[in-house]
Write a protein that binds this ligand. Structure first.
Ligand SMILES: NC(=O)c1ccc[n+]([C@@H]2O[C@H](COP(=O)([O-])OP(=O)(O)OC[C@H]3O[C@@H](n4cnc5c(N)ncnc54)[C@H](OP(=O)(O)O)[C@@H]3O)[C@@H](O)[C@H]2O)c1
Length: 338
């Protein structure tokens, strides 16, 4: 059996996460038991939620245990099988974690899914045609529920979730407005992702200034907002929401290192009769088939051309992950392992 490089959570961060929270080790892959398969990971996913799990705190999911392989999504190839449903060479998506190989009990519900790479590159099953894409779909379709012609806004617009949101909103005839960090990301949002406008929030020193830019970008106000960051961006968007607007609260990355994220004008929720709904995509497995079908079609037909930031090799994962928490990624952050 091959040697397996792994990254463990060695200790928990206090404040900002650092590379010293992680530890790289090499182990032997165990021999397979009946029903198991050995998967060689080609790509692993780095996602903002991993930061929350590094803390030992009450949340919607259990903390990442210390001394164990960092959990996370993976795509790869079956290289050995003792399960009749999986053959060597099958391309699969799973939850193999920060390591080169995983041994999977392939009969366990949801443990592994075969994927077709004819029209969709393997790595996109970690992004646009995977968990982040379904997240965008759920927030837009099930929470915002937009009508054609309405204006919807998303923060972290060029990221894994935001880029899928733009394509899904345009497919529903909405005006799609992105908010992202930096001119290059904003240009890409409009030129490649199909957003009608993208605002560079880094050009605005406070919520009042960002609110003015939103007024120009959204002349009919904002009907739906998909929140990924929190803080100043949320404050600014709230000032431009239309009455009975809907907010899908997906993430608040600006506070993932433990910073407080006070809301400046919560009274706007009342005066504009807004609906704000937090959600966790893994609690809505019933929508995944429908969402993945639409997302696969958008990618397969070139209507959604997601960009990726690719880190090379397992050892590069911690720095790439820390960069993701600071907006250094441009598109879905993955690590290439082969
Ligand atoms: N609820 C769920 O089930 C669920 C599932 C998946 C993801 N999420 C959430 O969705 C959000 C996006 O995830 P993703 O995977 O698509 O990540 P991503 O957008 O690909 O990467 C994170 C982006 O967040 C932005 N960012 C980082 N720090 C920031 C800060 N302090 N202030 C403002 N923006 C900051 C950066 O973009 P800019 O350079 O443009 O600022 C960065 O590129 C995250 O909040 C994540 O936790 C939630």
């Amino acid at each position: 059996m091959p040697k397996n490089q792994q990254i463990l959570l060695d200790n928990r961060p206090t404040g900002e996460a650092t590379a010293s929270n992680f530890k790289l080790v090499t182990t032997d892959t165990p021999a397979l038991e009946e029903g198991q398969v050995l998967v060689r990971h080609h790509f692993m996913s780095l996602d903002p939620y991993m930061r929350g799990r590094m803390n030992d705190a009450k949340s919607y999911a259990a903390p990442q245990p210390l001394g164990q392989v960092m959990q996370g999504g993976t795509v790869g190839e079956v290289v050995e099988s003792r399960n009749a449903k999986y053959a060597v060479g099958d391309k699969v998506v799973g939850f193999g974690g920060w390591q080169e190989y995983s041994v999977v009990n392939a009969d366990q519900v949801g443990a592994l899914r075969k994927v077709d790479t004819t029209h969709v590159p393997l790595s996109h099953y970690l992004g646009a045609v995977g968990m982040p894409g379904v997240t965008a779909w759920y927030g837009l379709v099930k929470i915002i529920e937009p009508k054609a012609g309405q204006t919807v806004v998303v923060s972290a617009a060029t990221g894994a979730v935001g880029s899928a949101f733009g394509a899904l909103a345009k497919a529903r005839g909405c005006r799609a407005v992105g908010i992202a960090g930096g001119p290059e990301k904003c240009k890409y949002a409009v030129d490649e992702l199909g957003f009608d406008v993208c605002i560079d929030y880094r050009q605005h020193k406070d919520a009042a200034s960002l609110s003015k830019a939103l007024k120009d970008a959204c002349p009919d106000g904002i009907d739906g907002y998909f929140e990924n960051v929190g803080g100043m961006v949320l404050d600014a968007v709230l000032t431009r929401m239309n009455a009975f607007g809907r907010i899908a609260l997906c993430g608040m990355i600006a506070g993932y290192d433990g910073q407080p994220l006070p809301m400046a004008y919560p009274q706007l929720l009342l005066t504009n009769r807004l609906m704000i709904q937090g959600f966790i995509v893994s609690e809505h497995m019933e929508v995944w088939p429908e969402a993945l079908k639409e997302l696969g079609m958008l990618v397969g037909t070139g209507k959604l051309r997601p960009r990726e930031s690719v880190a090379q090799g397992l050892a590069a994962a911690p720095e790439a992950f820390l960069g993701l928490l600071k907006g250094k990624n441009f598109g879905k952050q993955v690590v290439k392992l082969i």
